[in-house]
Design a binder for this molecule. Structure first.
Ligand SMILES: N[C@@H](CCC(=O)N[C@@H](CS)C(=O)NCC(=O)O)C(=O)O
Length: 202
């Protein structure tokens, strides 16, 4: 298999973490592919018409895109259990995956606004609105985090990747200050080899 990814991408990291957790990493060739929404990388268009990372060439040669789809494919391939069977545990894992994905989406919109939009055109209300979503999402996670324990399903993977990416891109944002349970859960999770081996890099 082949994974189009980039070292800083939190969505690609989800896939890399899932692959390690599932024992599939050695079967995946990593293809480092830079992306920028204002200049779509032509290399990626045949793999993903949305020109986003990650994309995966599956075992049968077909290409999948979007971290959710790819993680679910890998989980099925390995009969892994990162996605619980239909029922309350699955709905909760998918909900937590959506929470983590939403934190990454809002963070990436902030990052693009700060990185790509010419400074005189930057929109403070937009930045504040996306930041508020991140704050609300982390506030919602805080009381739950005490119950998360050592389980590490797709929801946990996604939230851990979101928190790692906030540390990486917004180091001044002290999300831990008012959220000790989430901070403690993340500190424990970050020691897992799958997360330790995939720390985001510029
Ligand atoms: N929902 C997608 C989001 C993917 C995404 O936003 N990827 C970013 C990199 S972290 C990207 O490719 N950005 C380039 C662009 O938006 O053009 C997923 O889960 O894979």
């Amino acid at each position: 298999m082949k994974l189009w990814y980039s070292p800083p991408s939190p969505f690609a990291r989800k896939v890399r973490v899932a692959a390690i957790e599932l024992g599939l990493a050695a079967r995946i060739e990593l293809v480092n592919t830079p992306v920028m929404p204002i200049k779509p990388n032509p290399v990626l268009i045949p793999q993903n018409p949305l020109v986003k990372l990650p994309a995966l060439e599956a075992e049968d040669g077909s290409v999948l895109y979007d971290s959710r789809t790819i993680c679910e494919y890998l989980d099925a391939l390995a009969r892994g259990g990162l996605f619980p069977e239909p029922g309350p545990a699955r709905w909760d894992a998918l909900r937590r995956q959506s929470l983590g994905d939403g934190i990454m989406d809002a963070g990436i919109l902030r990052r693009y606004e700060l990185l790509l939009r010419p400074e005189p055109l930057r929109w403070a209300d937009w930045l504040a609105g996306q930041q508020a979503k991140i704050d609300f999402a982390l506030d919602a996670a805080e009381p739950e985090a005490t119950l998360w324990g050592d389980r590490f399903d797709i929801g946990d993977i996604t939230i851990a990747c979101a928190l790692g990416w906030l540390d990486f891109r917004f180091a001044d944002y002290d999300w831990r200050a008012k959220r000790p349970a989430l901070a403690a859960w993340y500190a424990g999770s970050a020691e897992r080899p799958s997360l330790a081996q995939t720390v985001p890099e510029p």
